[in-house]
Each structure stands twice: as structure tokens, then as C-alpha cells.
Design a protein around this ligand. Structure first.
Ligand code: ADP
Length: 473
């Protein structure tokens, strides 16, 4: 059977370049779809990407005109794990220290950079006549408008919102620079409180809009979670679907993970990993419960309530280890706490292998997120036998059931669930976790159950497949 071509566009893809969950999704979902479609993944060739490690070579060059300026685009490519990758190179887009900007703010010319990325993608769609295009987040949302504006392109567009908190909002003056006609500066299209909003282009002009969990799909139509787009999303609700993300079960598997000091399954257990990390971090007490936090140090991830609660958690009989990076204010507050408490360990930075060792060592994973479109950490935690402690929002509500209702026949994982993002609730949840940990039999039962749950991409890829099929029928 002739497989249909699918172009999957994303601003980051693991293992080439990653700042968060978008990169994991953009790596795993195309792999899961590759049997049913002829998938090409396209991303920018940032200077941070190691071209020789991945055998990335120049394939073509072409010109794109944006806002009256002509740019020479280099198109590079490689085949990796059976999937075709294309990389867009232009110095303005790619020669940067960070992908989007330093932690506190985005680069000032991001509209131009990702406008250019979008023009390059559109050019590929036009010349190669690709029938299906899947766009992700604001960085390539303009493609939806550019494709619909071009009568020569008949491609169908799926647009996925990974996080509504990042919409790509810029000053009105960028409109001319990105070559978008003023007729699109309306409430129905790009206008957003007198500014230009890239994400609105994706929502307005795509044939189908998805987001990364069923609960988040509902939440974003409310003022509390809609980030100002709740009304706009409500208008487009008929084409909005919530599809849960999965995790790459090969990459996140303690049975064969080369990053670990010792691989394990649920029968063998994770003692060696825990002892090693405790020692490495200079903590004491292997028998005490170990709580970890892995992620961006941002308001979204519950950093404020975590910092407020941390001294009280540290008074309990437990160890706490944090890995991540983010705003300077958070770093300072965390440093102050870690100096005061010997059972709090801090690792600043981004380290994929070390994060795997942390999941493997942990008894509990803290996720006090204020909102969470899907969240991958809790599913990774299941795979490595760490019990998630979560605020019940977005994807966390869809993937973590409270352990008090444990049913061995369920296919969902269990954790400690709280329902208001406050320091008090978090502290109570941690105390509950310590009690559960004290009941060894019950704790191990839950850990073993979680490790068997299937959070791979198999089911979710089928949901995307049925959306594509409907669109190209
Ligand atoms: P985000 O909102 O940041 O995208 P997700 O839960 O969707 O959050 O995905 C986070 C991914 O990034 C997970 O794979 C997690 O393990 C990883 N991650 C986050 N911070 C770090 C870090 N400092 N070092 C290594 N991996 C990290």
C-alpha cells in the first residue's frame, strides 16, 4: 500500500535538541506513526546540534522571500532510527546560544526567526506537495495561514498546542517584517490585544487542532487556564481534540537504560540506583523516602509553592533532590534552603542521563504544577518505579489516580493526588507519601502496578492516525 506523506514540524526534537516535553513528543510520535505514513520531521538546524554525530548533510538550497527580503535557506537531512529528518538552516534562525532565548526572556527577533522557519516549511510543502502537515506550538503556527493562503497548496493541517502559556505574541510592527497582510490583523485571525499572536494562526487556519490531554482540552476553554484565548478556542471547539501524550517506552525503560548504574525490573528493584544517588549527592539514609523534582524552575511547575513548603518537607524524615534550571530568583531561594538543610540536594542544569538516574533512584516524584498540559515526568516516573505526587490538573488528572482508590485491575497508574495548588496541600500530600512508604507492602504493590502500566505511544498514535485519515478522506 502507498503510504501518504506526512510532514511533522517542530522547533525541537530529541536527541538533536531538547528543552522540554515537546522534544520528547516530536521524537516519539513520528516514530510511532512511521509504519502507517511516510513521515518527515522538520526542525531548525541550530548551531547547538552536532551535525557530524547525526550524519546531517546538506541536501538543497532555496530562496524564500519574507516581508520583501530574500533569505537563502539551506535544507539539510539525515535518516535516524528509520525516520527522515530535514533541518532548516539560516544564520538568523540558527546561530544562537539558546533555542528561544535566555531563561528570563525570549530573543527580540523571535518573530522573524520563526517566521522564517514557517516560510521555509511552507516552501517544502509547496514544492513536494505534501498532503498532511502536522504543526506544533507557536514556532511553526504561521504555516497554517501561509498554506491556506496559497491556492496551489491543498495540504491538510493539524495543529497541536503543547502549552498555551507560550503563544508567540509580538509587537504589531513585526507584521510587515514577516510579510503578513494587514487583513489578517483581526480578532478572527492574528490580533491579540493590539499585538500579533502566532498561535492564533494555528488555531484559526488548521483543519484540526489538538492538545496534549483530554482534561487540558477542556480546561483551556476556561478563563483560569485559557491564557486569554479561552473565547477564541471556544469558537473553534468543534475541531479541538485532547489526545494524551505517551512516552518512548524504549528510551524510558529501566530494563535497558545505559544511563543507570544497574538496570532493573520490578522483580529486581531499584535499591542499587537509590544507594548510588544518595551517596553521589552526599545525602544520608538509604531507608528514608527519597523525593525528587525534575523540571523547569518556573511558576507553572509549582516552584513558588515548592519553595514555600520545602523547609517544612525537609523537617520530615526524608531526602529531597532537585534537578533543573530556570529563573534566577528561584535558584537563589533554593540555594538558601539547601544550605540550611542537609537532606536537600540541588543540581542546576539540564542533564538527560542524570535525570534518568534520578527517576531510577526516587521513591516519589514531586509535581505540584499549577497547570500541566500533559506532563511526561509522571509517566516516566511510573516506568522507573517512582510514585508521582501531583496536583490534579491537565494531563496529571488524566494519568494519575489517587492511591486510596487502588484497584489492581486498572490500567491507569496511581499516585498521591491533591486538588489545590497550595503549600498546605503539598505538605499534606508529602506526609501521606511518607506514611504510604512506611507501609512497605502497599507501597511496593503500587510501584509494581505502575511499572506495568502502558503509557507508550501506541494508543495515542492511533488517535492521531484517525484524525489524519478523516482529513484526507
Ligand atoms: P515541559 O513542560 O517542561 O515540557 P514535560 O513534563 O512535558 O514538561 O516534559 C519534561 C521532559 O524534560 C521530561 O522528559 C523530563 O525528564 C525532562 N527534563 C526536564 N528538566 C530536565 C533537566 N533539568 N534535565 C534533564 N531532563 C529534564
Amino acid at each position: 500500500m502507498n503510504k501518504k506523506r506526512l510532514l511533522f514540524a517542530s522547533s525541537e526534537v530529541y536527541p538533536f535538541v531538547k528543552t522540554g516535553g515537546l522534544a520528547d513528543v516530536s521524537h516519539a510520535l513520528p516514530r510511532a506513526l512511521n509504519n502507517s505514513y511516510e513521515v518527515t520531521v522538520v526542525l531548525p538546524l541550530y548551531s547547538l546540534i552536532d551535525r557530524s554525530r547525526f550524519g546531517i548533510v546538506l541536501l538543497d538550497t532555496f530562496e524564500v522571500a519574507m516581508g520583501g527580503v530574500s533569505y537563502t535557506i539551506e535544507l539539510h537531512g539525515t535518516l535516524f532510527e528509520g525516520v527522515e529528518y530535514r533541518f532548516v538552516y539560516e544564520p538568523l534562525l540558527c546561530e544562537r546560544e539558546y533555542l528561544y532565548g535566555p531563561p528570563e526572556s525570549g530573543y527580540e527577533d523571535n518573530a522573524l526567526r520563526f517566521g522564517l522557519f514557517s516560510y521555509a516549511i511552507t516552501q517544502m510543502v509547496r514544492t513536494e506537495q505534501i498532503p498532511l502537515v502536522h504543526l506544533n506550538d507557536w514556532q511553526c503556527a504561521l504555516v497554517a495561514l501561509l498554506v491556506k493562503e496559497d491556492p496551489k497548496i491543498i495540504s491538510k493541517i493539524v495543529y497541536t498546542i503543547h502549552n498555551l502559556a507560550y503563544q508567540g505574541v509580538f509587537d504589531l510592527s513585526v507584521l510587515g517584517q514577516i510579510g503578513i497582510h494587514e487583513r489578517y490583523f483581526t480578532m478572527e485571525a492574528l490580533e491579540f490585544y493590539h499585538q500579533v499572536n502566532f498561535m492564533k494562526a494555528g488555531i484559526a487556519f488548521a483543519d484540526s487542532v489538538t492538545t496534549v490531554s483530554p482534561t487540558y482540552a477542556k480546561e483551556i476553554m476556561s478563563p483560569e487556564f485559557g491564557c486569554g484565548l479561552e473565547g477564541f478556542l471556544h469558537v473553534h471547539r468543534r475541531k479541538l481534540h485532547g489526545i494524551l501524550n505517551g512516552i518512548d517506552s524504549e528510551h524510558f525503560s529501566p530494563v535497558a537504560d545505559k544511563a543507570l548504574v544497574e538496570c532493573y525490573d520490578s522483580a529486581k528493584g531499584k535499591k542499587a540506583s537509590k544507594s548510588d544517588l544518595i551517596k553521589r549527592l552526599g545525602l544520608k539514609g538509604v531507608t528514608k523516602p527519597l523525593f525528587v523534582f525534575i523540571g523547569r524552575f518556573t511558576h507553572q511547575k509549582g516552584m513558588d509553592i515548592l519553595i514555600e513548603t520545602l523547609p517544612k518537607i525537609a523537617e520530615l524524615e526524608c531526602n529531597i533532590a532537585l534537578l533543573g534550571e530556570g529563573e534566577e530568583g528561584y535558584h537563589d531561594s533554593l540555594n538558601t534552603i539547601a544550605k540550611q538543610y542537609g537532606n536537600v540536594s540541588l543540581t542546576f542544569g539540564y542533564d538527560e542521563s542524570f535525570s534518568h538516574r534520578m527517576y531510577a533512584a526516587a521513591d516519589f516524584l514531586l509535581m505540584p504544577s499549577l497547570f500541566e498540559p500533559c506532563g511526561l515526568n509522571q509517566m516516566i516516573a511510573y516506568a522507573y518505579g517512582a510514585v508521582p505526587v501531583v496536583n490534579k490538573v491537565g494531563g496529571l488528572a488524566d494519568t494519575v489516580k489517587k492511591f486510596e482508590s487502588y484497584d489492581p485491575k486498572s490500567t491507569t497508574g496511581y499516585g498521591i493526588v491533591f486538588t489545590s495548588a497550595t503549600s498546605r496541600s503539598l505538605l499534606l500530600a508529602v506526609k501521606k507519601s511518607c506514611e504510604l512508604y512506611g507501609d512497605k507492602k502497599h507501597f511496593e504493590e503500587i510501584v509494581n502496578h505502575n511499572m506495568k502500566c502502558d503509557y507508550s505511544w501506541v494508543e495515542s498514535a492511533k488517535s492521531y492516525d484517525s484524525i489524519y485519515t478523516r482529513l484526507i478522506k
